[in-house]
Design a protein around this ligand. Sequence first.
Ligand code: CA
Length: 440
Amino acid sequence: MNEYDVSARMKSDIRNTVARARVIGFAAAAIALVPALAGASPEASPVSAPMQSFESCRGDLVAWVTAHEVPQAVADAHLAGVSSDPDVLAATRNQSEFVRPIWDYVEASVTPSRIETGQRKLAELAGPLAAIEAQYGVDRYTLVAFWGVESTYGAVLDNPAVVKPVVRSLATLSCGDPARAGYWRDELTASLQILAGNEVPLDRMPGGLTGSWAGAMGQTQFMPTVYQRYAVDFDGDGRRDIWTSTSDGLASTANYLRAHGWRPGEGWGYEVALPEGLDAALADETTSRSLAEWRDLGVKPIRDRPIPDETASATLILPAGIRGPAFLLRPNFAVILRYNTALAYALTVAQLSDRLRGDPGLSRDWPRSDRPLTPDERRDLQTRLAERGYATGGVDGKIGPKTRAALRAYQGSVGLPPDGYADAALLDRIRATPGGRSAP
Ligand code: CA
């Protein structure tokens, strides 16, 4: 999968999350288990030494949270007696070398059943959605798409085989994932502050405060600190209830998107047709051009779209290379990426929103015979590019902007379309041609 310009740690989170998701069966929302990680602290600050026992670490956590606005009674009731959850630890430690192509992610979530259910929800909730649109300026199709991708319109929240107690999961991660212990501890503290605030409708939640294995909660899967910052009480009952109130959940998502720069009246972008012979190097996610410039280059929307302002900027991307579908991305696409930094995730939300609106699917199919590279193969590719003098910004197994730029330069030098797309065929090619000083 391609990931765009986000920190290495976040990319690693997302990649690992994808691998972990299969273990605990959140298949429908496989790439959405750790949403809204944008607020995560990049610096890990372990609260305990790795060899500390869980019981001892938990005692430290009780002391920490009660020093941070969590009443002792709440800490005693929800944290003091929890045990470590081995399933959560297994999920964090699971690493997979198997990588699915981007179209697998998109098509696993944009299914006929999810489109049909989403359209039914749009009809049922027309009133609240109109009110949310009016207040936040985020269109109903985007909001319902987030809801569908994150929790299958709330259905997974009622599945006891999938959801887990949030406090137990976050305590487990705070003590068992030393590299990110500070992040998890802050989320744990927030979850207990939320419980102390009496906004969680525990009378309607037989399993208590539950969420994904990583502590993401409610209809659109907010981490606890994200809840604290962005959740809203839209139905007016006095509680920001993202768990059992659809209005609160969808309005909270609208509030999050608006706060991160969502532009009312603009979509995420659209699929485009490319003219014969277009320089694939123009599909460079770091370079924006005006819609007028794209038009003059022959890059055309597949379907008629209202273009309010031709000076508005857009970026061309080819997520599966020159043989796959092409998209012009408007600034709102970057806002979707603030929810979850994986390109596959954002394209899934975008595609589902279009389908809910009634658009047909993509006009150009994915290059389904291509095989994406495993992390080991990506490192091999980076090593070989570096040996040939193309700077990849390190050998980390991640195809970021620098590696894509190096790849484009290499592709151009050997007469391939410089689309920056790495698949098995490209690796075979670079392996088969002599190049670097240490090449075999
Ligand atoms: Ca409410």
